[in-house]
Design a protein around this ligand. Structure first.
Ligand SMILES: NC(=O)c1ccc[n+]([C@@H]2O[C@H](COP(=O)([O-])OP(=O)(O)OC[C@H]3O[C@@H](n4cnc5c(N)ncnc54)[C@H](O)[C@@H]3O)[C@@H](O)[C@H]2O)c1
Length: 389
């Protein structure tokens, strides 16, 4: 294994994520080869890279010399064999298990025995992708967030066969790239895409029940919760084709756990092709003036409490299931999706007893498993403990 500051990095897929990852690696002075099957995607990535770097020079974030080094160090190629001398290859192609497996099978035939292979998948199991590999001990998940050049978080996900040395050296490498890394177990949604589900799903439920409209719910989460964006504007920005599919995939992979159930109101938008900002219409219609929220603090408190206790419940369950450490769960949500605070720290501030009481009353009223309390919260409540001292 030769994972260090002079490693040669390969990136497969030159789309939104692959091109960002390549820029991050080249900024850390690695030689980078970017492969894509689509020449237009390669051309677009090369052009975007030049434009991005020119902007950074203009803003005096990097020197012209650095700009030239990055451009020289990234080689775009339509020939997979060019990646044969890479020490680490990160895949960021289409989110399809069979296509990814096929790619890794092929990569193992052209690379040297020490080469580590990684996937940037958001929702597929690392272990299932690695089942295509002869050497799954050298395979892991390295999950960047969009845009990869800006978002600090990277989830490092060992599959069940990944060697500890591979995990540790990849974590150290990505740390050296200036990223914040967390280790996550290979479970659906890893940390961020699992813990964040209630931010959308409980907002959708509140909207579907007619408790408040989308503008009001968005206002509440920004004004009372301190989130940068409300759930509906964020779903519109991410795109319902991406956000709904992540929800549905996590729900399906968790054997249809009702806590992760998708919402029909979002599915209908997807079916209509109202994908959000990119199609000018999602929950909001961007051709019209945006609706005004009802700024009622009592209603706001009710909405905020319902969403935040479900988020905290999910974070607590993620800890309970040993998917990640409490520090990594909190770091993941603040550095990966810009939450104003770590959810377990938030739990301590709001008081575990208050959260348990709120969840109990939701469960009693709705009689749905969706509101079941994580055993981790119950334990903390019974033992009168906090997450942090
Ligand atoms: N977009 C996000 O917000 C985001 C965030 C984190 C992770 N991811 C994950 O990253 C991966 C890529 O996502 P993206 O948004 O960059 O996609 P994208 O559609 O922007 O880019 C994918 C690229 O892969 C290329 N490609 C497809 N099949 C290929 C193959 N067999 N060999 C080589 N190249 C191939 C396509 O030509 C395209 O240029 C996915 O697994 C996705 O789940 C996406």
């Amino acid at each position: 294994m030769k994972i260090n500051s002079s490693s040669i990095i390969g990136v497969v897929g030159s789309g939104a994520m692959g091109s960002g990852i390549a820029q991050v690696a080249a900024t850390a002075s690695h030689k980078v080869f970017v492969y894509d099957t689509n020449q237009l995607a390669l051309d677009k990535a090369a052009l975007n890279l030049k434009n991005n770097l020119a902007k950074l020079v203009e803003k005096q974030k990097i020197t012209e010399e650095k700009q030239n080094q990055i451009i020289t160090d990234i080689e775009f190629t339509g020939d997979l064999n060019t990646l044969s001398n890479c020490d680490l290859i990160i895949e960021a192609i289409i989110e399809n298990l069979e296509v990814k497996k096929q790619l890794f099978k092929q990569l193992e035939t052209i690379t040297q025995p020490h080469c580590v292979l990684a996937s940037n998948t958001s929702s597929l199991s690392i272990t299932s992708i690695s089942s295509a590999c002869k050497f799954p001990e050298k395979f892991l998940g390295i999950h960047f967030f969009n845009p990869a050049t800006i978002m600090p978080l990277v989830e490092i996900i060992p599959g069940i066969a990944t060697s500890e040395a591979v995990t540790a050296s990849c974590k150290a490498l990505v740390d050296a790239w200036g990223k914040v890394t967390v280790i996550a177990k290979d479970t659906p949604g890893f940390i961020v895409n699992r813990v964040a589900r209630p931010f959308y799903s409980e907002a959708l439920r509140i909207y579907e029940e007619g408790i408040a409209d989308i503008a009001t719910i968005d206002w509440v989460m920004k004004e009372i919760g301190g989130f940068k964006m409300g759930p509906f504007e964020l779903m519109d920005l991410i795109g319902h084709d991406v956000n709904y599919i992540v929800t549905e995939t996590v729900w399906t992979q968790l054997y249809f756990d009702p806590r992760f159930k998708p919402a029909l109101s979002q599915k209908r938008l997807l079916e209509a092709g109202f994908l959000g900002k990119k199609t000018n219409r999602g929950f909001y219609n961007y051709s019209n003036p945006l609706p005004e929220p009802t700024k009622n603090l009592d209603l706001g408190k009710l909405i905020f409490t319902r969403i935040i206790v479900l988020l905290i419940n999910e974070a607590a369950d993620t800890l309970y299931l040993k998917i990640a450490s409490k520090e990594d769960i909190d770091l993941a949500m603040t550095k990966g999706v810009n939450y104003p605070k770590g959810l377990l720290q938030w739990a301590d501030e709001l008081g575990i007893a208050n959260i348990v009481k709120e969840l109990n009353s939701l469960r009693d009223f709705y009689e749905e498993d969706r509101y079941r309390i994580s055993p981790m919260l119950k334990q903390k409540f019974i033992l009168k403990q906090r997450f942090y001292n």
